[in-house]
Ligand binder design. Structure first.
Ligand code: ATP
Ligand code: MG
Length: 574
């Protein structure tokens, strides 16, 4: 926990007051502008095509903001398409979570919700078209044999013994595959393209494989399932997508994408455009690894506030507006890079600074006894809710003889530059009075257990009529009025900048941060007792917090730390 020494710093962020980032004319916007100017398209259709085999993460948010954002900007449409062509890993739970997360992020697919599995019959027809043109064949090589036959970029592949089968034989073999005659692995349908192509994806790629598994949508209707590379261009074409935006690793798949679109009788000719995926420091983004964190119990579920999933971020208190802003700040390029997670945190702080009410909470309490304040007296002081937003108004907070302050705000042997409380020194209590420390109580071990002080009744509200100044302002709560509250202090999940990079031979799990969650009992001002779950606040001088959506209850609030006020990690955003 880091506490600022005095007030004005609360929540200020490096770019405060800066003009909003100008809309960047990135290369995809330029392509669209050109296509509209040349008359190639009169409107645009994009799509976001998640595979429902996991929850959405911040990388997906980049793609969602780009695809839905472009559709909004150009008055086009963006389709939500479940890319559910693999029956073994996909579930309805994921489908529903994906829909909820996209809506939460602020986007709407309107009537355009589709599922790839809804096109299985049409995809099958397109495969038959290829067979009829002599452009696909049924092959019985095992997976290992196919690997051995593949060649290298410089050495052409060895032809499969089934490559030159007749069209009639391929049609009947493909029908046998579809009818369940073959076991898994005993036959595949392959494109017949070019075994000498330097692009390995053009060396007769597999189009269909046998999976005797029930699909969450089509049940047991099919036992052959299309491969991603075959299915995806067809899905785009069937939906009349104009610009099919994907990540850079698919660049080498584009020749096959175009080959397929040219060789089957599809209703539209979409164009694939690649951009760099989002990678974040101190974060793993692969769905496989995120699933392992969950199944191995290293986090408490997909929505654990330490997860980079949208549901985790939501529970952490991140706002959709801040995530969208972050995605715009990251931009769209053709170069893979690692984005500093501090930029995301910066976007969160910037948004929360403007929107969060300020409240007081003490996380590491030390009793402060005001000896000249009448016992049993209570004053309700006025506190400003948000200095950034006058419309947020004020609230009443109770002041009494016994308060809690942060342990870190008191020092018995304080250096000259310690502007908080120390014997003989005077500080301001936020919205309250000036107090001067007169002494301490200690336990037998010599640890300070309480601090005594006197207050100056003339300084009510925080100013001295004689113009005397104090350097420090402390937050506090009234001990008898405060509400004890479970407070979860989250930190980064990994200690290594790029945990996904295992080139040093170390397992990514070995870089999990053992201190990524610390739970403390803190004391919050009574106005927070009934705080609705999901409400975001700033604990003055400490950070932004949200009432946990799952565990916070009326009378017993539980808070998750969204982000500290200032980046406690060295790298600053500028
Ligand atoms: P993983 O490889 O971790 O399983 P994925 O890319 O296969 O992730 P999908 O559900 O297929 O997951 O992704 C849906 C869409 O989101 C795709 O169009 C993909 O390009 C995009 N996407 C996924 N991860 C990122 C990322 N890190 N940055 C930008 N876009 C991404
Ligand atoms: Mg994918």
């Amino acid at each position: 926990m880091s506490i600022e020494s005095s007030f004005p710093a609360t929540g200020s962020s490096p770019s405060e007051g800066a003009a909003p980032a100008p809309l960047h004319r990135h290369f995809i916007r330029q392509i669209i502008d050109d296509d509209l100017a040349s008359g190639r398209h009169s409107t645009i259709a994009t799509r976001f095509p998640p595979e429902p085999n996991g929850y959405l993460h911040i990388g997906h948010a980049k793609s969602i903001c780009l695809n839905f954002g472009l559709a909004l900007e150009y008055g086009g449409q963006c389709h939500l398409r479940m890319d559910d062509t693999n029956p073994t890993k996909e579930t309805i739970e994921y489908v529903n979570a994906i829909r909820e997360d996209i809506r939460w992020l602020g986007f709407d697919w309107g009537a355009h919700s589709y599922q790839a599995s809804g096109y299985f019959a049409r995809m099958h027809e397109y495969a038959v078209q290829l067979v009829n043109k002599g452009l696909a064949y049924v092959c019985h090589l095992t997976a290992e044999q196919m690997h051995d036959y593949r060649g290298t970029p410089a050495v052409p592949a060895t032809p499969s013994p089934w490559r030159d089968r007749s069209i009639a034989e391929n049609l009947s073999e493909f029908a046998r595959m579809r009818d369940g005659h073959y076991d898994e692995g005993a036959a595949v349908l392959r494109a017949r393209i070019n075994l000498a192509s330097p692009n390995m994806h053009m060396r007769d790629p597999v189009l269909y494989r046998i999976r005797k598994a029930a699909h969450h949508n089509t049940g047991t209707e099919w036992c052959i399932y299309p491969m991603y590379d075959f299915a995806h261009p067809l899905e785009d074409a069937i939906e009349h997508i104009t610009h099919s935006i994907c990540t850079l690793e698919f660049e080498v798949h584009r020749p096959f994408y175009d080959w397929l679109i040219q060789n089957v009788d599809v209703p539209a000719k979409p164009r694939q455009i690649e951009f760099a995926r989002l990678n974040l420091t101190y974060t793993v983004m692969s769905k496989r690894k995120l699933l392992e964190l969950v199944t191995e119990g290293r986090v408490n579920g997909w929505d654990d506030p330490r997860m980079p999933t949208l549901c985790g971020f939501r529970r952490r208190g991140y706002t959709p507006a801040a995530i969208r802003k972050f995605c715009e700040l990251v931009g769209v390029t053709k170069f893979n890079s690692l984005t500093d997670v501090a930029l995301l945190e910066h976007a969160i702080r910037d948004d929360l600074n403007r929107t969060s009410p300020r409240v007081m909470a003490v996380l590491n309490p030390l009793r402060l006894i005001i000896d000249n304040y009448p016992a049993g007296q209570c004053e309700w002081l006025d506190a400003v809710n948000n200095p950034e937003d006058p419309a947020a108004g004020t609230r009443k907070i109770p002041f009494s003889r016994e308060l809690y302050i942060e342990h870190e705000d008191f020092m018995e042997d304080a250096p000259r530059k310690f502007f908080r409380l120390a014997p003989g020194r005077e500080v301001r209590l936020r919205w309250g009075y000036f107090v001067t420390c007169t002494g301490v109580e200690k336990d037998p071990a010599g640890c300070v257990t309480a601090v005594h002080c006197t207050y100056d009744p003339a300084t009510r509200g925080g100013d001295a009529p004689d113009g005397r100044k104090v350097k420090g302002t402390l937050h506090w709560v009234s001990a008898s009025h405060a509400v004890a509250s479970e407070i979860r202090l989250y930190d980064r999940l990994f200690t290594k900048e790029n945990p996904g990079d295992e080139s040093d031979g170390e397992d990514w799990r070995s870089h999990l941060n053992p201190d990524s969650l610390k739970t403390v009992t803190g004391y919050v001002e009574p106005s927070l007792a009934e705080i609705p779950a999901g409400t975001r606040v700033q604990f003055e001088r400490i950070g932004y917090f949200v009432a946990d959506a799952r565990d916070s209850k009326p009378g017993a609030p539980v808070f998750n730390r969204t982000v500290t006020l200032k980046d406690s990690w060295a790298k600053a955003v500028s």
